[in-house]
Design a protein around this ligand. Structure first.
Ligand code: SAM
Ligand code: SF4
Length: 436
């Protein structure tokens, strides 16, 4: 029996790609094993968004080389695409590299690997295809990812994604809705629509739906109670998306809208295609919505040429918006990207100082915001149980973690929706008591 082990690095797109790769491998007669030691075929689905992520992959390969000389090793994903055949020089024990735009070719590539080819490649970005397969093996029994658009047509100056995932390709609304219906029939109640820029979704079939129309339709699939989406690009984020959330309670009241910087000058240098004022207009739409929409963001500190006063503008934007959560990153130089040519790199210690400042300030904001949740009753999807604390782990529609006790009951609540009254608030999570 042929078997494989897979380890995934990076974002939700990669996590979901791995679910599809696992399904494909099982369809080809392989079985999955939980450790690399047991496996004949070892796959790493890699991330190259920042230098650290890429280093992690090569460190893992080095460790592996020492222990397991007899296995076939495959590099998938963004590092595979970015480094291409150079991987065979850097890590000669790797025998296949395949970027995400070539996953459709995996079955044929596996045959080449099995017949002893030691340098199998799938590196073409020249595709109009998306990788949708009914064979997906989903990890989570309640929340399912659906890719609606692959690749990215933006060219943010710092970002490798357009080079590693290729041009944008949208799936037809029919195939997305069919998948959503199949998932509902299989017992999933939450769907997360995925893409590097979901807002530029455009149905390639004559229906011609935009993202707001697709979102609304997925939210109306019978049996689906929650729909999330990530990631939104501010330039393509339009008011009808908020109108859809207002109209349809199955659409979660949470929007992740990465701003990257509060300085229009830096946004321009980053080629983000919007100004601070344009971003703030989208925030105003959300704050004026009927539903209480949680807003989260990504920030990059220390982009080349970012002055102290640019950084102050980022801080003032954070104070003005009061995001519900934030992912902060130090700018990392990436191969092929336009920002590589920029002078005026910010020293590492200064990037560290700026990032820490952002995170400390955001923590205070979250503590203050979350304190106002005490006394509120929130519907939670129960996602886990913490044996150490005896608490169930719930997720609100706003994507906040709400840990709660349910008195005198050993019922298995996993996957159920319960109402929880918030009794305490921390910066990163809430605590409460089940009221039903
Ligand atoms: N497509 C999404 C977008 O436009 O926001 C997500 C792209 S990326 C997977 C997630 C985040 O990583 C970005 O929002 C950005 O903050 C960060 N990022 C991307 N490239 C980076 C770089 N070179 N250095 C530091 N952070 C980076
Ligand atoms: Fe990267 Fe910009 Fe595309 Fe997001 S929109 S994936 S940051 S190029």
């Amino acid at each position: 029996m042929k078997n494989f082990y897979i380890e995934t690095f990076g974002c939700q797109m990669n996590a979901h790609d791995s679910e599809k790769v696992i399904g494909t491998l099982i369809g080809e007669g392989y079985s999955q094993v939980p450790t690399p030691e047991e496996a004949q075929l070892v796959l790493y689905n890699t991330c190259s968004i920042r230098d650290k992520a890429e280093q992690k992959v090569f460190n893992r390969l080095q460790q592996f080389k020492r222990n397991h000389k007899d296995k076939k090793i495959v590099l998938l994903g963004c590092v595979a695409q970015q480094e291409g055949e150079r991987v065979f020089e850097r890590a000669p024990f790797v025998s296949m590299v395949c970027g995400s735009a070539s996953y459709n070719q995996l079955p044929a590539m596996l045959v080449q690997l099995e017949t002893g080819n030691k340098r199998v490649t799938g590196l073409s970005l020249d595709t109009e295809d998306t990788f949708d397969t009914p064979l997906t093996r989903r990890e989570n029994p309640h929340r399912a990812y659906i890719t609606i658009i692959e690749g990215c047509d933006k060219s943010c100056a710092y970002c490798v994604v357009p080079f590693t995932r290729g041009p944008e390709r949208s799936r037809t609304s029919t195939s997305v809705l069919d998948e959503a219906r199949r998932l509902a029939d299989a017992g999933y109640s939450e769907i997360q629509l995925l893409g590097q820029n979901v807002n530029s979704y455009r149905d390639p079939s004559p229906t011609g739906w935009d993202f707001a129309q697709l979102l609304d339709a997925v939210g109306r699939v019978e049996g689906i109670r929650r729909v999330r989406f990530t990631t939104s690009h501010p330039r393509d984020f339009v008011k009808p998306i908020i109108d859809a959330i207002d109209e349809n309670p199955n659409l979660c009241n949470h929007v992740h809208l990465p701003v990257q910087s509060g300085s229009t000058r830096v946004l321009d240098a980053m080629r983000r295609l919007y100004t601070r004022d344009q971003y703030m207009r989208r925030i105003e739409w959300m704050k004026a919505a009927r539903r209480d929409i949680a807003i989260t963001t990504d920030i990059i500190v220390g982009f080349p040429g970012e002055t102290e006063s640019d950084f102050e503008e980022t801080l003032s934007l954070l104070r003005e918006v009061e995001f519900d959560a934030l992912f902060g990153f130090k700018y990392s130089r990436r191969p092929n990207t336009p920002a590589l040519a920029l002078d005026d790199q910010i020293p590492e210690e200064e990037k560290t100082r700026r990032l820490q400042f952002v995170l400390d300030m955001q923590r205070e904001i979250q503590l203050r915001r979350h304190a106002s949740y005490v006394g509120r009753v929130e519907e939670c999807l129960v996602e886990g149980f913490n044996k150490a604390t005896g608490q169930w782990i719930g997720r609100t529609s706003q994507h906040k973690t709400l840990n709660f006790l349910r008195p005198a009951s050993a019922d298995d609540l996993l996957g159920q929706y319960v109402d929880v009254r918030v009794t305490r608030a921390g910066a990163n999570s809430l605590v409460g008591e089940c009221v039903n």
